[in-house]
Design a protein around this ligand. Structure first.
Ligand code: ARG
Length: 460
């Protein structure tokens, strides 16, 4: 009795536990449509090379069309005993079209087949990820466009540092996500190469045409070494690394959203639909979505470690270890794409509390550097200016007042260079406007950056 495609060589069937342990169909069935596309391209090439007949190809195409319909309608019967997506589809094809189905696997192995499927799936996932990054960038730029003149305290060490434009702060994330998209574009070029033709590991005795299969499947080229083609998953690791960085950026943003929404900051409010309440504390409105995203960052980073560990001990060429690449990889893509999508919506629903941001900037001596710069422009060496202003800040802190509340007479005690125009240097608006160079926070610079991103994102 013939249970598996490979059972002829065996004297007893595998135990139920081994069957369940080694099967991957529960999760790799999501590769089905890519598997079918790969099979049709392979069969087309075999036919063009005179290895299959035109009738065989027609039968295979007909059978695959039906299988696609069965999968779409949910009537396809996935069988654990058939191990994985590849053997399930092949067995059904043979049921439907007979010998033509049995000829499909000529010059092919599941090893180059699965590598091809993952690359096709990943290429698609990369394109979806990039599209979602672009959408999130658009949402951030749109919010930034309205807030070039909104002043918030910039922080270092989470202590008020210097005032910045809220747009400038948002655009910092747009830059980070821009590099994330670049990384995915680079990674895509290495993903998009064809393993098929490598067969099990050494190539095949049939006169195949690999560039033709690559062309049919939209690959940019073919893997040049059959051993490498079936065995490395570095392209998947690269994607997961890029995804982990996306999540790290999302996580930093999440942390800020959570802080900003805390009444202690009170910088923003998130739309109710992204928050939940408490079953005991009636007043609560919790920023669950950013918190959960911060948590999911650990999961995506964990998947990166899984894939690296999966690869490190494997001798060439294919080993079954590689079956373990799918669950982490699928979950990484699902998590990243969903997170980007939900953040795009959430950014659109941020309510900015500009007065509260500005008040905090005023309370934190955030223009102390501006007063020091003022003294430098009057001729004082910077280190002396720093000290003079530090004394003034200490004076103000002791009295619980702001620098701008110190009268001119008192202020002049810290430096005789302080003149009538000094209070102007302490104003938040002036502080921003003075940082008027490429990459600085002056509102006109920020507006230029918004325009640059708008132009770039409209093309992308
Ligand atoms: N399910 C396998 C995987 O995901 C397919 C390749 C199996 N090849 C083999 N010779 N056992 O990697």
């Amino acid at each position: 009795h013939k249970q598996q495609a490979w059972s002829a060589r065996f004297s007893e069937p595998v135990s139920a536990l081994v069957q369940r342990y080694t099967a991957s169909v529960d999760f790799d069935k999501r590769l089905a449509l890519f598997d079918i596309a790969g099979s049709i391209a392979h069969a087309t090439m075999l036919t063009e090379q005179g290895i299959l007949s035109a009738d065989d190809l027609a039968s295979i195409e007909r059978g695959m069309a039906q299988i696609r319909d069965e999968i779409a309608s949910g009537t396809f019967e996935w069988k654990l005993e058939l191990e994985d997506v590849h053997l399930n589809i092949e067995a059904r094809l043979v049921q439907l079209v007979g010998d033509a189905g049995k000829r499909l696997h000529t010059g092919r192995s599941r090893n180059d087949q699965v590598a091809t499927d993952i690359r096709l799936w990943l290429r698609d996932s990369i394109d979806q990820t990039v599209a979602q990054i672009r959408a999130l960038q658009r949402a951030l730029v749109q919010l930034a466009a309205a807030h070039a003149d909104t002043i918030m305290p910039g922080f270092t060490h989470l202590q008020v540092a210097q005032p910045v434009s809220f747009s400038h702060h948002l655009l910092a994330y747009v830059e980070m996500f821009g590099r994330d998209a670049e990384r995915l574009r680079d990674c895509r070029a290495r993903v998009n190469r064809l393993p098929l033709g490598a067969a099990a590991l050494a190539g095949t005795t049939f006169p195949i045409n690999r560039p033709r299969v690559a062309e049919l499947l939209g690959f940019d080229g073919v893997c040049q070494n059959s051993l490498d083609a079936v065995s490395d998953r570095d392209f998947a690791i690269e994607y997961n690394a890029a995804a982990a960085l996306i999540m790290v950026h999302i996580s930093r943003f999440s942390e800020e959203l959570v802080l900003w929404m805390s009444p202690a900051f009170g910088f923003i409010d998130l739309a109710d639909r992204f928050c939940t309440g408490s079953s005991i504390m009636p007043q609560k409105k919790n920023p669950d979505v950013p918190e959960l995203a911060r948590g999911k960052t650990g999961r995506v980073t964990g998947h990166l470690m899984s894939l690296l560990m999966l690869m490190k001990g494997q001798p060439l060429a294919y080993n079954k270890d590689n079956q373990e690449d799918k669950e982490p990889l699928f979950d990484t893509a699902d998590t990243v794409i969903d997170t980007l999508r939900i953040f795009t919506d959430m950014v659109g629903g941020i309510r900015v509390k500009a007065e509260s941001m500005e008040r905090t900037a005023l309370q934190g001596y955030s223009t102390a550097t501006d007063l020091a710069d003022y003294l430098v422009k009057k001729g004082l060496p910077f280190r002396d200016a720093h000290e003079a202003v530090a004394q003034a800040v200490r004076f103000a802190v002791e009295r619980g007042i702001g620098l701008e509340d110190i009268g001119l007479e008192d202020l002049r005690r810290f430096s005789r260079l302080i003149g009538e125009d000094a209070p102007e240097a302490l104003k938040l608006q002036g502080s921003l406007a003075a940082r008027d160079h490429l990459g600085g926070t002056a509102p006109n610079q920020v507006r230029a950056q918004v325009a640059r991103w708008q132009a770039e994102l409209n093309q992308a």
